[in-house]
Design a protein around this ligand. Structure first.
Ligand code: FES
Length: 173
């Protein structure tokens, strides 16, 4: 099922029910307030929430909608559209595999397949032990050293399946 549909199925679209109590709400409201009056604030706010929590908690949706005076459906639609936004808390480590053009030409697909099989998750998934989230990204700005990956915010180039495994072994206890 496409990401957007999953979101809508789980979160509904624009229901008028009040936001449930949530301990993080004051922190999220403060993030939203920081963008008050800024045009096109929805994407930066969603990125700020993901930076803060590691993902977009569905309880943030009504707060964002209220803060920007837009419908919850609009917020859900944007979250569902961009693969950057996570629906669930990530694992302890996040491994992003670039699957854009240059990396495709240099073998990122076999690398992605290897990692999915090795970790037992699909792209976007987290290992059962909560250690690693595997994600697709489209260009890490490291095309000259394709195929590229990013592990916990650190960029690596010319990554073979063996090197990716070594990176993971180094990151995991
Ligand atoms: S295409 Fe992969 S880093 Fe640019």
């Amino acid at each position: 099922m496409p990401k957007r549909d999953r979101w809508e199925e789980r979160n509904g679209d624009s229901g008028a029910a009040p936001a449930p109590h949530w301990d993080e709400a004051p922190r999220i409201r403060a993030l939203i307030t920081a963008y008050e009056g800024v045009p096109g604030a929805l994407l930066p706010i969603l990125h700020a929430i993901q930076d803060e929590l590691g993902y977009i908690d569905r309880r943030a949706i009504p707060l964002v909608a209220e803060g920007l005076n837009i419908s919850r459906a609009e917020v859900v639609g944007v979250i569902g559209f961009y693969t950057d936004f996570r629906e669930e808390p990530p694992g302890r480590h996040v491994l992003k595999v670039c699957r854009a053009e240059s990396c495709q030409a240099m073998g990122c697909e076999p690398l992605a397949e290897h990692l999915q099989s090795r970790l037992g998750v699909e792209m976007g998934g987290t290992t059962a032990d909560g250690e690693v989230t595997l994600e697709t990204v489209y260009c890490l700005g490291n095309c000259a050293l394709s195929p590229a990956v990013m592990l916990d915010g650190r960029l690596y180039g010319r990554v073979t399946p063996a090197r990716a495994e070594a990176l993971l072994v180094g990151a995991r206890p």
